[in-house]
Design a protein around this ligand. Structure first.
Ligand SMILES: *Cc1c(COP(=O)(O)O)cnc(C)c1O
Ligand SMILES: [Zn+2]
Length: 412
């Protein structure tokens, strides 16, 4: 009943049947899901989408599952917030925040990809799910895997934020903290995935998993009244989300659900881990791996799997990229909080701080309708801003003490 034709190599175009595989046997290129868009066009109308519950499965014909969804039934359809106060400060006429800090059960956009990956893992008949994570994926697979009754092996760099480790442990998965960075964890997981019959959501299930990110793009278009923005700023780790937002807009255009597609896609990274943005700035498509050193741990992938494809999307769409320092990340987290009341994790600080630079540099114009993808909640990376916030006023439990303080506050 699904609309998936099969898998196709992004490099040589060779086609494969639907299986838990992710690279081409001939050229080692990554595999991508191919759909029957003619079939989808016949059944998927705006009316049908609008009649469905507010979760990411309202676009299920465009997701790579065969039966009904079995995970993530409460994930997605996060708010798109018009941010006029922030827009004024950073120099834009019309700005929106795609707010993935809320609504998702584990408070980051990773619930989108995990919904699809776990539904697919069940269709394939796996009883164990696993992942290599920079933090948010660990949290999401731990939670949704528990709800789905899967055995879970979660691999993380041991140096992750304490908040994210605790957030995963509460669901009691097998959490494997590796003495190494994400790229080392990922390499280890590729070996484990070859040996054990587990659904590694971002390794052997990756072609299906990655499609879940498209739902962020569909929602943006629907929430803007079936049109796409002029500019989207996307935080990039592996580069997958960025490529999938572009794919989602192209699909909507192909299906006749939106009109014009003139969106410029921008990549945002931390300077301490910016292999994709460095390639964009240098005008090359060879990604030079780096050793990450940044507070934006959720984006700390030094050797990004989809980096090359991300640079292609940025070029094809006419976008660009920017990278920002840890201090700029912290300042942007605070700016978003005090202007729009949204507390984002470090990746959100990267997005806003990069957008500010892209506007100053003239890459995003004042009259461009712009969307910032804010992908995770600030309570998950509290460590990053400890010592960088204002202090509380300390008083004694009596009115006199309060009023002395009130006087000082009013004299400020
Ligand atoms: C994983 C992640 C991203 C981006 O991931 P890609 O690998 O580029 O798809 C962005 N923001 C947050 C908070 C994340 O956890
Ligand atoms: Zn190939």
């Amino acid at each position: 009943m699904g609309f998936v034709h099969g898998l196709k190599c992004r490099e040589c175009g060779r086609e494969y049947a639907v299986e838990a595989i992710y690279v081409c046997e001939f050229c080692f290129g990554p595999l991508e899901v191919v759909y029957d868009y003619e079939g989808i066009r016949k059944v998927l109308t705006k009316e049908k989408i609008l009649s469905r519950p507010h979760n990411l499965w309202r676009y299920k014909e465009l997701l790579p599952i065969d039966g009904e969804p079995t995970s993530g039934l409460h994930s997605g359809f996060t708010p798109l917030i018009r941010a006029d106060k922030l827009a004024k400060i950073i120099g834009l006429k019309e700005l929106y925040i795609k707010d993935d800090t809320v609504t998702h059960p584990t408070l980051s956009f990773k619930d989108r990809v995990v919904a699809v990956a776990l539904t697919k893992a069940r269709e394939f008949g796996f009883d164990t799910v696993a992942c290599a994570s920079t933090g948010n994926l660990a949290h999401s697979v731990s939670a949704h895997g528990a709800a789905g009754g899967f055995k879970r092996f979660i691999f993380i760099p041991a140096s992750l934020e304490h908040s994210k480790i605790i957030a995963s442990l509460v669901y009691e998965p097998n959490l494997i903290a590796v003495d190494g960075n994400y790229d080392e964890v990922n390499r280890l997981c590729s070996e484990v995935a070859n040996k054990y019959p587990w659904a590694f959501v971002n390794i052997n299930i990756r072609p299906f998993y990655a499609e879940g990110s498209k739902t962020q793009g569909y929602e943006i278009a629907e929430q803007l009244g079936w049109k796409v923005p002029d500019a989207v700023v996307v935080p990039s780790a592996s580069g997958s989300l960025l490529t999938k937002i572009w794919k989602s807009f192209k699909e909507l255009k192909q299906l006749g659900l939106i009109g014009e597609l003139n969106t410029k896609i921008f990549s945002a990274q931390a300077t301490g881990c910016s292999p994709i943005v460095a390639a964009i700035k240098a005008g090359v498509d060879v990604i030079k791996p780096v050793k990450p050193d940044t507070i934006a741990k959720s984006l700390a992938i030094g050797n990004p799997a989809d980096g090359f494809y991300a640079t292609q999307v940025v070029r094809e769409s006419g976008g660009f990229g920017e990278d920002v320092s840890d201090q700029e990340i912290i300042d942007a987290i605070k700016l978003l909080a005090k202007t729009e009341g949204i507390f984002a994790e470090t990746a959100g600080g990267v997005t806003l701080a990069s957008a500010i630079k892209l506007i100053k540099g003239g890459y995003i114009k004042e009259d461009s309708l712009t969307v910032l993808c804010i992908t995770g909640n600030g309570l998950k990376t509290k460590e990053a801003i400890v010592g960088h916030t204002i202090e509380p006023y300390h008083i004694q439990p009596n009115l006199k003490s309060f009023e002395e303080t009130l006087k000082k506050i009013n004299e400020r």
